[in-house]
Design a protein around this ligand. Structure first.
Ligand code: NAD
Ligand code: MG
Length: 381
């Protein structure tokens, strides 16, 4: 493999720092060309000292930042399209990652996509940018990486069904009443994965799995009724692919994002790496159970938004982001996250979606709608 230039967008986050670990183990294969972060200047500076990238961007400059760094959301697009960049690791959280995904694909880059919100907010536009620009999306999300690895070089006409696994999150065996009033600390206490705050809350509501079903729909081109979800509390099987002859393949490994990150950088090749804990089947028990839609309504709500298409997935994603923010800052209860999202969808899912500007407007409308949710709730609306 010739050495690849890497841009890491969101380098200070959970996936960003894991990517830097992977890259540091393979200096012959990867060279960091660009790093971007939102506001953590201290960590970004350390990363810059270690990797010496040609380009550094920080969206929100502050007193601790370096005057040589680029700034604003434009810096994400600039980093993603530098000529020396072969692979853009999009590890930004939320819809803020969309423009960089589109720009990288238009510029013909490989996008190692952790930022699933890009695909949920603008799936049709992202897939079109991929075709038109000659870029490529390789998923970082462990479930989609598993699916890609199981499909290998077989054509999609041989795939009958995808089964995404879900850990079930911290509330898997909690009652509905207890879940409704779970605290922030309860919701951030994920049983198997250590991740950023937003995705950890999404894993507790199961909205994350809805985002992933929509992500799988776009990445693999299968209709929603060919994508199922099963709860697998150990997070060791990362997903299944059922083929047309009835054979089912799964990808297996202890939960650690460094493996799917490395695979997204090297796909379809595999390279020698010491990052993954060795698998021992004799020391592993694997169990599965159906999702309880009554206690975790976000999954069905999100899939319905996906099926509805148009701007519904955009509204689902933006409303969810805004509601998770409100929950994290203590403004709403855990059970209100889904109520706020459902309310936004009821009102806004029919907004126009013909252009990217339409989707941006729907995203903004959904955020405003959710922002007002606590006030409407107090009024009993
Ligand atoms: P995180 O919160 O730990 O990190 C987010 C990164 O994005 C940070 O570097 C932050 O500086 C940057 N960022 C935040 N807001 C930004 C903005 N408005 N503009 C530009 N940059 C911004 O999140 P994470 O857990 O690393 O997740 C990142 C993405 O990867 C999410 O889409 C998440 O769903 C996905 N993902 C994460 C994991 C995981 O294990 N953490 C697994 C699968 C998928
Ligand atoms: Mg995942």
């Amino acid at each position: 493999m010739t050495q690849r230039g890497i841009a890491i967008l969101g380098s200070t986050g959970s996936i960003g720092t894991a990517t830097l670990n992977v890259v540091a183990r393979h200096p012959d294969k990867f060279r960091v060309v660009a790093l971007t972060a939102f506001a953590n200047a201290t960590l970004l500076r350390q990363q810059v000292q270690q990797t010496r990238p040609a380009y550094v961007g920080m969206v929100n400059l502050n007193d601790d930042s370096d005057s040589s760094w680029a700034t604003g959301p434009e810096s994400l697009v600039a980093a993603a399209t530098l000529p020396d960049v072969d692979v853009v690791v999009n590890a930004i959280v939320g819809a803020a990652g969309l423009d960089a995904t589109l720009a990288a694909l238009h510029a013909g880059k490989r996008v190692a996509l952790a930022n699933k919100e890009s695909l949920v907010m603008g799936g049709d536009f992202v897939m079109r940018a991929c075709t038109e620009g000659g870029g490529e999306i390789v998923p970082v999300d462990s479930e989609h990486s598993a699916i890609l690895q199981c499909i290998g070089s077989r054509p999609m006409s041989e795939v009958r069904r995808l089964i995404l696994t879900a850990s079930g999150g911290p509330f898997r065996d909690w009652s509905a009443e207890r879940i409704a009033n779970a605290t922030v600390a309860d919701a951030l206490n994920h049983p198997t994965w250590s991740m950023g705050r937003k995705i950890t809350i999404d894993s507790a509501t199961l909205a994350n799995k809805a985002l992933e079903v929509i992500e799988a729909h776009y990445l693999f081109g299968l209709p929603y009724d060919c994508i199922d979800v099963v709860v697998h509390p150990q997070s060791i099987i990362h997903s299944f692919v059922e083929f047309v002859d009835g054979s089912v393949l799964a990808q297996v490994g202890f939960p650690n994002m460094e493996l799917p990150i490395l695979y997204a950088l090297t796909h379809p090749d595999r390279v020698v790496d010491s990052g993954a804990r060795r698998f021992d089947p004799a020391a592993t028990s694997l169990t599965f159970e159906p999702v309880d839609g009554d206690r975790f309504p976000a999954l069905a709500t999100g899939i319905r938004a996906g099926l509805q298409s148009g701007c519904a997935p955009t509204v689902f994603n933006a409303a969810n982001e805004a509601a998770v923010c409100l929950f994290l800052d203590g403004s709403i209860a855990f059970g209100d996250i889904h109520r706020a999202v459902r309310s936004a969808l009821r009102q806004l899912a029919v907004l126009p979606s013909a252009t990217l500007a339409d989707l941006t407007a729907a995203d903004a409308a959904a955020r405003t709608h959710v922002q007002d949710f606590p006030v409407r709730k107090t009024r009993g609306e």
